[in-house]
Design a protein around this ligand. Sequence first.
Ligand code: SAH
Length: 243
Amino acid sequence: MGKIFVVGIGPGNRLDMTARAVAALERSDIIAGYTVYVDLVRSQFPQKACLTTPMRQEADRCRAALEQAAGGQTVALVCSGDAGVYGMAGLVYELSDQYPPVEIEVVAGVTAACSGAALLGAPLVHDFAVISLSDLLTPWETIEKRLDAAGMADFCICLYNPASKKRTDHLQRACDILLRYRSPSAAAGIVKNIGRNGEQARVMTLLELREETVDMFTTVFIGNSSTTLKNGRMVTPRGYRDV
Ligand code: SAH
């Protein structure tokens, strides 16, 4: 029987890929995925066949992998970060009943919240919420409701998909919601291109964050009300009691 590994390859460099992810790619006949992510691993596995699809064609990508697996192949479907965090793990399971039975195994990866947090210091040490600002698949009103609830509950917040070519003001709108609950001087940070060329991590205040220009390779962090900026690092205490 064919098999699909749905593999989170981490942020983009070899060191941040888990040994289990490397083993899954080694065991596969075909590496499938969005061109950018397949290109990140292609040179490490030159003997493998590759099956690439353009951005946003997630369902087609999963179908192509399922077809190959149904034909008896072992396929590694690669996603950046973790395959189950805004990745394709769910879609593979959803579409799999339209194909002859294949084995499916999800391989966990280091998600941008974790790799980005490490670059900024320690911003997510207490309870945190991860919210995507992409309204392609989620109504914007729902996103606003979640931002408001996370702000009100004093979660540390990690924002994925803060902008795209078409959406440029989502981060500003998100900051305006959070400013209802957090001080303008609250600690924030952004990380770009984690583990890739052009990697960048910067800390700033929430008010400064509101004026930042971000792109689709950026992950944004906003501390809770106890997060501080110490020597250029975001630090969230583990609890609210004095240490
Ligand atoms: N499955 C991925 C998330 C996919 S959603 C994961 O677990 O990390 C795409 C968003 O993830 C991007 O818009 C960005 O916010 C974040 N992201 C993914 N990889 C990144 C990287 N290398 N550097 C910075 N942000 C990244």
